[in-house]
Ligand binder design. Structure first.
Ligand code: FAD
Ligand code: DLZ
Ligand code: SF4
Length: 510
């Protein structure tokens, strides 16, 4: 009996469950670059080059571990363009009589692989993805019977279960969460450590040439290409973060600085999500730095919470709620995505910078995604399908299991509050407090209405007014309606007419 072990592009870990217990003598590993995956949304060029290069390097590592690898490159003339076609070809070519794979990261691919046993007439084993710290069954057990699925309680349970930053039954330092200390703005010119970067090797260069030729109409800059593409390089990115950025990670987690896209973040999501890194070693590296006295608790706890809390939690939500989750649109938002999400051409300096950095790097840090790009999408009432597609396209760390709960749940409140207890809506003053974008903006953040007023200011109130029926019962938003109701009729009318004028200028009128 020979086994075809199918490994997808986001499963690039040698300890993937697919290979657990595999005998190289009776195993063939199948990997394929396929047109369907590269184009079902038009991924950022840098994301494509990164992933194809990482896949090719990983195939070499699998061969070095003694396995036979059947690898189809995108431009192979026999490439059928789909997972189904490539697995079918590999079965015919190798004579394997069973398939083993690990639970895919996206619902549509799960549906596809579930059809293979019938389609190919061989047994197909779909194994749990053991790289995650919370299995899907364990998440369902945690969630079932709860009225509210708040991340904070999930996270506490995970800390206890894995005994991370615990002092017996209590959290180290006496608090579970040090977020209140993690909201400091940062001045420009502070000397942020440069991010870890590498030069493209021969494999990456050849993939870049292919992407340039085959995907010219996809969004984003291919060059410069500096991302890690092997496990060793990804570990160097992690080590660089622990040594140079983790100590300030907490303090400046929410800060935004014009011209500083990387700040004190870790830049490891690309690697965690495709398998070049796995979560527990990243968490332990930060915890060890804390125990050595090299990083403060607010930084280390904040970092642990992102990976052990948010990352695991959003995955649990995605798989528990799909496929219905993809249809959610609680606020009935319908506006199309404005062009500036692709071009960066807008007078709103914060948005222009976040889009341009996304275009160049296939990366923006969390607060740029949440409080600038996401906040605008929420306030403007952009269609959740269009916003989900954009976020899935433009970031090199984007896969639906992590992108969709962040977009549908966290930024758009389109799931009606399943993930977030209130919409993350904010006017311009939040962006002014946490960044220096407003200093170079054509709008005035201190003006609330009128042609020069920061659009976030009137769009905020227009959003609340538009969604009153849905939101005013929410105890965490109710206060804002009291403030709105105290405004004069003239002010309310000015807000509405400014919002109407603004939408018209973007060609987004109702
Ligand atoms: P750091 O700030 O250094 O955080 C460390 C790690 O924590 C990240 O690498 C990531 O693995 C994890 N993490 C942090 N926040 C989240 C979160 N909200 N959800 C899940 N994991 C988290 N993250 C993705 O990995 N892929 C996405 O497609 C994605 N889309 C997002 C869309 C929106 C609208 C928002 C608001 C957030 C999204 N995030 C996504 C979460 C977060 O913005 C990125 O994980 C983070 O910016 C990656 O950069 P970093 O590695 O430097 O993260
Ligand atoms: C994102 C992506 C892209 C662009 N291309 C491929 C590919 O050609 N081959 C592959 O195996 N995986 C690719 N991926 C990652 C898959 O979309 C990812 O594995 C799915 O999320 C699986 O559920
Ligand atoms: Fe953004 Fe408003 Fe500040 Fe301009 S004034 S940068 S639009 S928050």
């Amino acid at each position: 009996m020979t086994t075809l072990c199918v490994i997808f592009g986001d499963q690039l870990s040698l300890d993937i469950a697919t290979l657990s217990g595999a005998d190289p003598a009776t195993t063939v590993v199948c990997m394929a670059e396929v047109w369907d995956e590269a184009t079902y949304v038009k991924h950022h060029k840098k994301k494509l080059a990164f992933l194809f290069s990482a896949m090719r390097h990983f195939a070499d590592a699998v061969r070095a571990a003694g396995y036979t690898v059947v690898y189809t490159q995108l431009d192979d003339p026999d490439n059928t363009g789909s997972f189904r076609g490539e697995v079918h070809r590999a079965l015919a070519h190798t004579g394997c009589d069973r398939i083993v794979l690990t639970h895919p990261g996206e619902y549509r691919v799960l549906v596809e692989v579930q059809s293979w046993a019938t389609a190919f007439g061989v047994p197909v084993a779909i194994r749990d993805d053991t790289r995650f710290l919370c299995s899907l069954d364990a998440f369902d057990q945690w969630a079932s019977g709860r009225k509210q699925l708040r991340m904070e309680y999930f996270y506490r349970d995970m800390r206890k279960q894995y005994n991370i930053l615990m002092d017996g039954d209590a959290p180290v330092g006496g608090q579970w969460n040090y977020d209140a200390q993690n909201r400091k703005p940062l001045k420009s010119g502070v000397g942020v450590p440069p991010p870890w970067q590498t030069q493209p090797d021969a494999t990456t260069q050849s993939v870049m040439a292919m992407v340039a030729e085959r995907f010219p109409d996809h969004f984003g800059d291919l060059e410069p290409m500096y991302l890690a593409v092997t496990q060793t390089q990804a570990q160097a990115v992690l080590a660089d973060f622990i040594a140079h950025r983790l100590p300030q990670f907490g303090d400046y987690q929410d800060a935004m600085v014009q011209g500083e896209p990387w700040l004190y973040h870790s830049h490891i999501s690309f690697y965690l999500n495709c398998g070049l890194l796995t979560p527990l070693p990243c968490i332990m590296a930060a915890v060890d730095a804390y125990h050595r006295g090299e990083a403060p608790l607010n930084a280390v706890e904040g970092f642990v919470r992102q990976i052990m809390g948010w990352r695991e939690y959003v995955r649990g939500i995605y798989w528990r709620m799909m496929p219905e989750y993809a249809q959610r649109n609680a606020l009935d938002a319908k506006r199309p995505l404005p062009d500036f999400y692709w071009t960066g051409k807008t007078g709103m300096n914060c948005l222009a910078n976040c889009v341009r950095e996304t275009q160049r790097n296939a990366y923006a840090h969390h607060i740029q995604r949440l409080m600038v790009l996401g906040n605008f999408a929420l306030l403007a009432g952009l269609d959740p399908k269009a916003v989900n597609e954009w976020f899935l396209i433009v970031y090199a760390d984007a896969y639906e299991w992590v992108e969709m709960p962040n977009v549908t749940g966290m930024i758009l409140f389109a799931d009606g509050g399943l993930l977030a207890s209130k919409p993350y809506a904010a006017g311009g003053s939040y962006i002014q407090k946490m960044s220096n974008y407003c200093q170079q903006c054509r709008y005035r953040v201190t003006e609330k209405t009128g042609p020069d007023a920061c659009p976030f200011n009137y769009l905020y109130w227009d959003f609340l007014a538009r969604n009153r029926d849905y939101l005013q019962g929410n105890p965490r938003v109710g206060m804002m309606y009291k403030t709105y109701d105290r405004m004069t009729d003239a002010k309310k009318a000015a807000i509405q007419s400014d919002a109407t004028r603004f939408f018209k200028s973007l060609d987004l009128s109702d």
